[in-house]
Design a protein around this ligand. Structure first.
Ligand code: CO
Ligand code: ZN
Length: 328
């Protein structure tokens, strides 16, 4: 199996912050339409692709949305005030370029501050590089969203890109649909909306599908860089089988299932305990009378930044694990 750089670049470059997932949804439909037995878009915007079977219902979920910013106010000077859509910290975004759905760009600037530790979102603004107030007024409006602008880059073993969270999960599901092994299982691949603002899309998707097993595919942090996060997961360590995060404790039988499948199929894996954050598996495992659930995580450095780093071989191990579950 080879890493499909072209597909991942296309996914990463797609403009689709939470609640505005149309672009990436259309792109994914185009990728999988010849491979899925059934494709549905639900009223919230979740994309649900099915590979039909008469056996157990398995739900996989990866979220389509990415973190972004939303304009709250265009001021008299023509600067844009904004709020965050998803987990973004004011201190980490000064100087970053942003891009809107219409292709226009800006740069995040900060007001003069005596105490730099007091930096909050309200002290930041976007300069859209125009002295023409009419241009600004006509092109930027309250409610418009933008995302970080950053160029896709690869080394031999790793990728730097924006929105690896969670376009890499979407990438894994697309590859799994294309290489779907023969199975009795009835498999639903959910490409969910609005995960970054509270795992909202997965809530309705899981209710409609009512699966026997739920597996989310999403990024997780690592403990192998110098950013101070203390955890076991490392880049290049293989697929991360989540044991716990803030939204879920993995069902013991699901932990055993994933571990045994990894062992049997020579899939490189590691265990993950994440002390912050959650995934679509949160709402999935709490649906109706409860759904045994787990998460296959992709180790990611610089999570929720404009330049997230993932390892290509980890991604391939994740795909192999998804295929092993489908075939079981
Ligand atoms: Co995220
Ligand atoms: Zn995510």
């Amino acid at each position: 199996m080879k890493f499909n750089s072209e597909l991942m670049k296309k996914l990463s470059d797609c403009f689709s912050p939470s609640g505005r997932e149309k672009n990436v949804r259309e792109m994914i439909i185009d990728e999988i339409k010849d491979f899925a037995d059934e494709i549905k878009v639900d009223p919230l915007g979740n994309l649900i692709a099915r590979k039909k079977g008469n056996g157990k219902k398995i739900l996989f979920s990866a979220h389509m949305d990415q973190i972004g910013l939303i304009i709250t106010h265009v001021d008299e000077k023509g600067f844009l005030r904004f709020s965050n859509v998803g987990g973004i910290h004011a201190k980490e975004i000064v100087g970053l370029r942003v891009i809107f759905d219409n292709g226009l760009e800006g740069v995040i600037c900060q007001e003069e501050l005596k105490d730099k530790d007091k930096l909050t979102m309200s002290k930041l603004y976007i300069d859209v590089a125009s002295t023409n107030k009419e241009f600004v007024k006509n092109n930027f409006h309250i409610g418009d969203m933008c995302v970080f602008k950053s160029e896709y880059y690869e080394t031999e073993d790793c990728v730097i890109c924006k929105a690896a969270d969670d376009r890499i999960g979407c990438y894994i599901q697309i590859e799994a649909i294309k290489n779907h092994p023969a199975t009795e299982n009835d498999v639903y691949y959910v490409f969910s909306v609005q995960e970054e603002v509270g795992t909202r899309g997965a809530k309705t998707a899981v209710y409609a599908i009512n699966p026997d097993l739920g597996i989310a595919l999403d990024v997780t942090a690592t403990g192998d860089s110098l950013d101070g996060i203390k955890m076991d997961v490392k880049l290049g360590g293989g697929a991360a089988i989540k044991l716990m995060d803030k939204s879920m404790i993995t069902h013991p039988e699901v932990k055993d299932l994933l571990t045994n499948l990894a062992e049997e199929n020579n899939i490189k894996y590691q265990y993950e305990v994440l002390e912050f954050g959650g995934t679509d598996a949160g709402p999935i495992h709490l649906s109706r009378e409860g759904v045994p659930s787990g998460v296959i995580s992709i180790p990611t450095r610089n999570l929720h930044s404009a330049a997230e780093i993932i390892n290509k071989q980890d991604v391939i191990e994740c795909i192999k694990l998804v295929e092993a579950i489908v075939a079981k």
